[in-house]
Design a protein around this ligand. Structure first.
Ligand code: G3P
Length: 216
C-alpha cells in the first residue's frame, strides 16, 4: 500500500518525506486555506519535495471551469494529480482529463455506486472518505472493502486512495481492505511506527547489552 501525506504544511511534509516512506501527498481547499499560502506556490513546493503524486483540487463546480483550473494545476509540475469532486460535472471533467492523459483523483466518495462511476469515468485515483462516514455512524472501512470487490470483479484500474483517516486503526484497516494507497494526516503518520512494547523491548535489550561490556 502506498502511503501519502494529507497536508499542505510543507515543513511537516518535508520532515516525513525524509524517512523515505512517503509515496505522495494530497491536499484539498481546506488544507490550502489552513496553510495561508497561494495554492500554486504551495503545490509547486510540495512537488519539489515529493517525487510521487501530489493532488491539487479545483475549486470550480462546473465542468468547463474545472477543466480550465485543472489544466492550470497540472501545469505546475509533472507529478500534479488534479483532484475533482465526485459530481456529474466532476466526472465529466475526469473523463476529459483521462482522454488527455492528465492524472485525476476523484474525491468526496461516500458510496460504492459513486466509486463505480469514478472508475467508469477513468479516474486515476478515487478517494473514499472513511472518517467522515464513521462520523455519521456508518462503517467507513466497509466502503473500502466494497469498492475493492467491485473494482477487482470488473478489472477497473482506478486506484483506491483511502482518505479521511483519523488514526492508526484506519490505516491498518485500509491496508487489510486492499486499498492501493492511504492518505494520512502528519500526526497519524508519526503514530504508525509507535508501540509501547517496542520501546519496552528495546530498553531491555540495551540494558542487557550494556551489561556485557561489549561493543560492535
Ligand atoms: O483530504 C481528503 C481527506 O483526507 C479529508 O480528511 O479528516 O477532513 O475528513 P478529513
Amino acid at each position: 500500500m502506498q502511503l501519502f501525506i494529507d497536508s499542505a504544511e510543507t515543513g511537516l511534509i518535508k520532515d516525513l518525506a525524509a524517512t523515505g516512506l512517503v509515496d505522495g501527498v494530497t491536499t484539498n481547499p481546506s488544507l490550502i486555506a489552513k496553510s495561508g499560502r497561494p495554492i500554486v506556490e504551495v503545490i509547486a513546493e510540495i512537488c519539489r519535495a515529493v517525487e510521487g503524486p501530489v493532488s491539487a483540487e479545483v475549486a470550480a463546480t462546473e465542468t468547463a471551469a474545472m477543466l480550465e483550473e485543472g489544466r492550470r494545476l497540472a501545469g505546475i509540475a509533472d507529478n500534479v494529480v488534479v483532484k475533482l469532486p465526485l459530481t456529474l460535472d466532476g466526472l465529466r471533467a475526469t473523463a476529459t482529463f483521462a482522454a488527455e492523459g492528465i492524472a485525476t483523483n476523484v474525491t468526496l466518495c461516500f458510496s460504492p455506486a459513486q466509486a463505480l462511476l469514478a472508475a467508469k469515468a477513468g479516474a486515476t485515483f478515487v478517494s473514499p472518505f472513511v472518517g467522515r462516514l464513521d462520523d455519521i455512524g456508518e462503517d467507513g472501512l466497509l466502503l473500502l472493502h466494497e469498492i475493492r470487490s467491485i473494482y477487482d470483479q470488473y478489472g477497473f484500474e482506478t486506484s483506491i486512495l483511502a482518505a479521511s483517516l483519523r488514526n492508526v486503526a484506519h490505516v491498518t484497516g485500509a491496508a487489510l481492505a486492499g486499498a492501493d494507497a492511504a492518505t494520512i494526516p502528519p500526526t497519524t503518520f508519526a503514530e504508525l511506527v509507535k508501540h509501547p512494547l517496542t520501546d519496552k523491548g528495546l530498553d531491555a535489550f540495551l540494558k542487557d547489552w550494556a551489561g556485557t561490556g561489549q561493543s560492535i
